[in-house]
Ligand binder design. Structure first.
Ligand SMILES: Nc1ncnc2c1ncn2[C@@H]1O[C@H](COP(=O)(O)OP(=O)(O)OP(=O)(O)O)[C@@H](O)[C@H]1O
Length: 567
């Protein structure tokens, strides 16, 4: 069946009307499109949740700073000790240039230590530059000393000391390569690039010698046998290789520890979609290996600690709901930086917004079938004193459960931020209104009374309207105009957009959409009874649903479980 009007308002996220002048922060999370193995696609790996607080690069920045500080301190002492020895106790200084270079190296390490000990923040890029400068300078110094000493040994005609000098230099460079790999947090690629440069500079130094000092090269030539050359080259290359591998292991462990700290025992493996409150990820419990959906509340939605603790309470209450048509909450918690998340069962299927967006308005019997199941979920929640407050097509899933299709699952129970306060209803202290305007009951919009079970029945009526007509009951160019229309205007009868709509079902829908809660059904069970009494209720069941899904389920290669996600 095709929509008689363009489909609109289906996947409207919960909106946050910030007061004028206060820009609405961008939703958290990477913008990658959803995909999930449960739906047949290949998964992007989500290493770190953007927007969930400290990012890995942020952690790398502080770690690098600490490590560079430690390296600077250690090197200040090491180079300082050699400097004092050579200057005052009779060491290797044979020319002023090396002495001056040595002094510069010591001074640079001391300056670097002092700068890194300060409290001023330093960007990661600057730290990386400093890292390369310090290690580059050290290697350059070693090579300079090596070069001068080789010249000296040649002048003295001392081949034994020449061999010792070369071995000494190689040992120093080898130590620098290992020090770099162990101390500097790096990906293996970056570690490989830097240590290869260090090794290559040393390996290629005989070439430079041959080009610029052929007489020195001639003197050393008898020593440059295949064996001595391969000894030195292999030693440096093996050092570089082992260091790269060690850097890789250290990095992998760091990432794992970071992820574990971020989301405790959950590993994020893909993104399912983003809504007004945050991002829903495909996740896996590290030990149980059970796939699940993890919703991370956007930090900008969770700044009020009072609202958050009430929200947490509601998640706890929701977790106790056991109706099969309510999405099961497995767990909840906070990331290391305090960002709230909860974990729920992973649903296979499509939310109703996507279903209509993709396949057009639904047959009346199917609408009744889905709504009746939602009524069951609502009845249990209402009896427990929970009001959903944000019923909309995107929050009801037509899921597959075992071999049952069109198994309705109600999502996000009572999880609207901020929750109601007497006299404030859905309007927060900062002047924000939380909710989805096209599905908000007039009393929610007015904020005059505390939403109750009948508020949810209005929401369910608005969802029914959307499922039947492919459009929400009230439309408008802005969210505010939609809310004004919902509070003030009479709704167009759905039969205007859906002429074949059975009148009894239309009456039920319009009664749900009554402006005054008193004119609606008193509770979800009564609504369910009225829906069951519609003759079209007999036109859809699980068997029909299975046939429909078999015919309409896209192939794995084209499957996109949430076409509205990321819209
Ligand atoms: N348990 C789940 N299993 C599979 N997909 C889910 C699950 N929960 C949510 N999704 C999907 O993730 C996407 C984002 O969900 P979310 O609830 O954040 O969006 P929303 O309902 O549009 O926004 P809001 O936060 O405003 O209610 C949607 O496409 C939704 O269908």
């Amino acid at each position: 069946m095709k929509p008689t009007e363009p489909v609109e308002g289906g996947a409207e996220p919960t909106v946050d009307f910030a007061p004028a002048g206060r820009p609405r922060p961008a939703p958290a999370g990477p913008s990658t499109q959803a995909s999930a193995s449960a739906f047949g696609g290949s998964l992007p790996r989500v290493d770190v949740v953007a927007g969930s607080g400290i990012h890995l690069s942020e952690e790398t920045r502080s770690l690098l700073r600490v490590r560079l500080r430690a390296v600077s301190l250690a090197m200040s002492f090491a180079f300082g000790a050699f400097f004092v020895r050579d200057l005052f106790l009779g060491g290797h200084y044979h020319d002023l240039f090396v002495a001056a270079f040595h002094a510069v190296v010591v001074a640079a390490f001391i300056a670097s230590f002092l700068r890194l000990s300060g409290s001023r923040p330093i960007a990661l890029r600057r730290l990386r530059t400093l890292e390369l400068a310090l290690f580059g300078m050290t290697i350059a110094f070693f090579l300079t000393v090596h070069y001068r000493l080789v010249q000296l040994r040649v002048a003295e005609g001392d081949r034994v000391m020449l061999i010792a000098t070369v071995k000494n230099s190689i040992l120093f460079i080898f130590a620098m390569i290992v020090l770099y790999g162990m101390f500097i947090p790096n990906t293996w690629r970056r570690a490989a690039a830097v240590v290869t440069c260090m090794a290559a500079a040393t390996i290629l130094s005989p070439v430079a010698l041959r080009l610029f000092h052929p007489e020195v090269f001639r003197f050393a030539a008898p020593l440059l046998t295949f064996e001595t050359l391969t000894d030195n080259v292999l030693m440096l290359l093996i050092g570089a290789g082992v260091t790269t591998y060690a850097a890789h292991i250290i990095y992998a462990l760091r990432v794992e520890a970071f992820e574990a700290r971020q989301l405790n025992q959950y590993r994020l493996t893909g993104e399912l979609g983003a809504g007004g409150m945050g991002v829903v990820y495909l996740a896996e419990h590290r030990l149980l290996k059970r796939p699940c959906a993890l919703k991370l509340i956007a930090p900008d939605r969770a700044t009020d600690p009072k609202a958050m603790s009430r929200f947490e309470r509601e998640v706890r209450t929701t977790a106790r709901l056991s109706h099969p048509n309510t999405v099961e909450i497995y767990d909840y918690g906070r990331t290391e930086d305090g960002t709230f998340y909860y974990v729920m069962e992973l649903l296979d299927g499509m939310n109703l917004a996507d279903l209509v967006a993709r396949h057009g308005p639904l047959p009346p019997g199917r609408v009744v079938f889905l709504l009746r199941q939602a009524c069951g979920a609502l009845a249990e929640a209402h009896a427990a004193g929970l009001v959903h407050r944000d019923l909309k097509p995107a929050n009801i899933f037509a899921a597959r459960r075992g071999n049952l299709h069109d198994f309705a699952k109600v999502l996000d129970f009572g999880l609207v931020l901020p929750p109601p306060e007497p006299g404030l209803a859905e309007i927060s202290r900062e002047g924000n209104i939380a909710g989805s305007p096209q599905y908000m009951a007039p009393e929610q919009i007015a904020g005059a009374v505390r939403p109750d079970a009948r508020t949810d029945l209005y929401g369910l009526g608005a969802v029914a309207y959307f499922l039947l007509c492919g459009r929400a009951p009230f439309a408008g160019p802005t969210a505010m105009s939609v809310m004004i229309a919902a509070a003030r205007d009479d709704v167009d009868p759905p039969s205007r957009y859906r002429p074949d709509l059975p009148p009894d079902l239309e009456r039920v829908v319009l009664r749900c959409l009554a402006k005054s809660p008193a004119d609606r059904f008193p509770d979800a069970t009564t609504l369910d009874r009225h829906l069951a009494a519609c003759p079209c209720a007999a036109e859809w069941d699980f068997e029909r649903a299975s046939e429909w899904w078999r015919a309409h389920r896209p192939g794995p290669e084209t499957r996109d479980p949430h076409p509205s996600a990321g819209r």
